[in-house]
Design a protein around this ligand. Structure first.
Ligand code: CU
Length: 114
């Protein structure tokens, strides 16, 4: 619960920054559905702020980026905004961390940060 509150504060801070005409985050739409994310390979640039707009089509999946300690629950029918800035080039894995059925273990993807 604590982590979730921090995350929400982070999203609010991101919104305040964009209101002050900081660099406008690029928006990227992602859908979650048993048992995949689409797209599941997402190119990003280090230092470029982005906002993921994540929509689950069928279940309360989770979205977790372990290397950034970033996670959120995905509520079916709602678009969840997740703002962050990848700090450095490399590969950042993401995965569903709410057990969602037999294919859950393979529900993952990564950011390819250039
Ligand atoms: Cu899932």
């Amino acid at each position: 619960m604590k982590r979730r509150q921090l995350l929400l504060m982070g999203v609010a801070a991101g919104a305040a920054l964009s209101g002050a005409r900081a660099q406008t985050p690029r928006e990227i739409e992602v859908t979650a559905q048993r048992f995949r994310f689409t797209p599941n390979v997402i190119p990003l640039k280090a230092g470029e702020p982005v906002v993921l707009l994540i929509r689950s089509l069928d279940f309360a999946h989770g979205f977790f980026v372990p290397d950034l300690d970033l996670r959120t629950d995905l509520m079916p029918g709602r678009v969840i905004r997740l703002a962050f800035t990848p700090p450095a080039p490399g590969r950042l894995a993401f995965l569903c961390d709410n057990f969602c059925g037999d294919g859950h273990e393979g529900m993952d993807g990564h950011f390819e940060v250039a």
